[in-house]
Design a protein around this ligand. Structure first.
Ligand code: NAD
Ligand code: MG
Length: 402
């Protein structure tokens, strides 16, 4: 029995995805063993998780907080590590089989890459890591024989709609969508809280309004991304790298009920869709158990209770971030890295009320327009482009914020 246990490291265990992952593990205690948990600054929450799940390691990004946690955990036989080194170390531990990558933003890149390089089963929630490092990230997965399973609900849905024997080889770059008879993949997005807000009111929307998502409960950064639909832009780029899909092979449509999580169009006219309630425990359970199935404590869809499933084209005048992201992908090189970094700065500035909702897209556009074409052939170059974009974004803020 013991040998069937999957040993898990959760990067970002105190966040929305991290907590959902622990709840799925709790529903399947005989199959999973929590080896490492990590957090940025939320010491109290990580401390409580340590008492409950008894990991071998706990990591805090914040070094001072890590020192405090170490004192709190004395006598519990839990090793406390700190900083980026600590995060990278637990992601690559010999005794770890599976790493849930659920840190938000560029901050999660190094530890996610560490899991890939160590050949782990990588459960990818941290889409920003893939968006910023694209081909380099996918190369690390391939070269180190890691297994990559998308947790983002749309990409997880597409993965599940692929021919089951070929899904993993597609992600490993060993076949193409065309070879599998696939014409296009359709990413659905709810349209967020401002889908019907009069355009002239968008500039007045507050952080709390932006984070009040109609269907999903998520961290604040991705909630703002959903309100601007930059989330769908990032997911467009994510789909490009995961499934080797060209820009023409990916389409975004708005589906306000968030029941159809995405679809795959086959050559013969068949369209496979993945349906489910909007609850991340479902894709998390799929990723943890793949290729098997486990309990997630999420009910299936009760079709007689759904009034309607509706679909609309995306409105790029309302959601310019979709266009900006697609153009960044088409531009290639460092553009997606710059897009991601500028977006992170813009979202933070919006959440801390330094800029208006509508300034988010303007900031990103301005930074991308200043970029001179660069290629990114190493992770060091990715980090350089990321840092450059953050400096440029700060210049924009210095000009804009009164
Ligand atoms: P969250 O803000 O709720 O949690 C983020 C986690 O990362 C926390 O544990 C936090 O301590 C940790 N963290 C933050 N900054 C860090 C840093 N600088 N160094 C180390 N750790 C840090 O975010 P979330 O909603 O759980 O999202 C996590 C990731 O999953 C994001 O990339 C998001 O796009 C993706 N995702 C989330 C959802 C969702 O429903 N929440 C759905 C799809 C994809
Ligand atoms: Mg998603």
């Amino acid at each position: 029995m013991m040998s069937n246990l999957q040993d898990i490291c959760i990067l970002g265990s105190t966040g929305s995805i991290g907590v959902s992952t622990l709840s799925v593990i709790e529903a399947n205690q005989s199959g999973y063993n929590v080896v490492a948990l990590t957090a940025n600054k939320n010491r109290q929450k990580l401390f409580e998780q340590c008492l409950k799940y008894k990991p071998r390691y706990a990591v805090m990004k914040d070094i001072e907080q890590a020192g405090q946690l170490e004192k709190q955990l004395q006598g519990h036989n839990i090793e406390v590590l700190a900083g980026d080194d600590g995060l990278e170390a637990v992601a690559a531990l010999e005794e770890v089989d599976t790493v849930m990558c659920a840190i938000v933003g560029a901050a999660g890149l190094a530890s996610t890459l560490s899991a890939a390089r160590a050949g782990k089963k990588v459960l990818l929630a941290n889409k920003e890591a893939l968006v910023m490092s694209g081909a380099l990230f996918m190369d690390e997965i391939k070269q180190n024989n890691a297994t990559l399973i998308p947790i983002d609900s749309e990409h997880n849905a597409i993965f599940q709609c692929l021919p089951s024997s070929q899904a993993q080889s597609l992600i490993q770059g060993n076949c193409s969508l065309t070879e599998l008879g696939i014409e296009k993949i359709l990413l659905t997005g709810s349209g967020g809280p401002f889908r019907q807000t009069p355009l002239e009111q968008l500039s007045k929307m507050t952080p709390d309004q932006a984070c009040d998502h109609p269907n999903w409960s998520m961290g604040r950064k991705i909630s703002v991304d959903s309100a601007t639909m930059m989330n769908k832009g990032l997911e467009f780029i994510e789909a490009h790298w995961l499934f080797s899909a060209s820009v023409e092979q990916i389409e975004i449509i708005v589906h306000p009920q968030s029941v159809v999580h995405s679809m795959v169009h086959y050559r013969d006219g068949s369209v496979l869709a993945l349906l489910g309630l909007p609850d991340m425990r479902t894709p998390i359970a799929h990723g943890l158990a793949y290729p098997n199935r486990i309990e997630s404590n999420v009910q299936g869809v009760n079709f007689t209770e759904i009034s309607a499933l509706t679909f609309e084209p995306t409105d790029e005048a309302r959601f310019p971030c979709i266009r900006i992201a697609r153009e960044a992908l088409e531009a290639g090189g460092a553009a997606s890295t710059v897009l991601n970094a500028a977006n992170e700065v813009a979202v933070d500035a919006f959440l801390t009320k330094r800029i208006k909702f509508t300034d988010i897209a303007s900031l990103i556009d301005t930074v991308l327009n200043k970029m001179t074409s660069t290629s990114v052939e190493s992770i060091a170059a990715v980090m350089e482009a990321d840092a450059w974009a953050r400096v440029e974004a700060d210049h924009y803020l210095a000009r804009t914020v009164n």
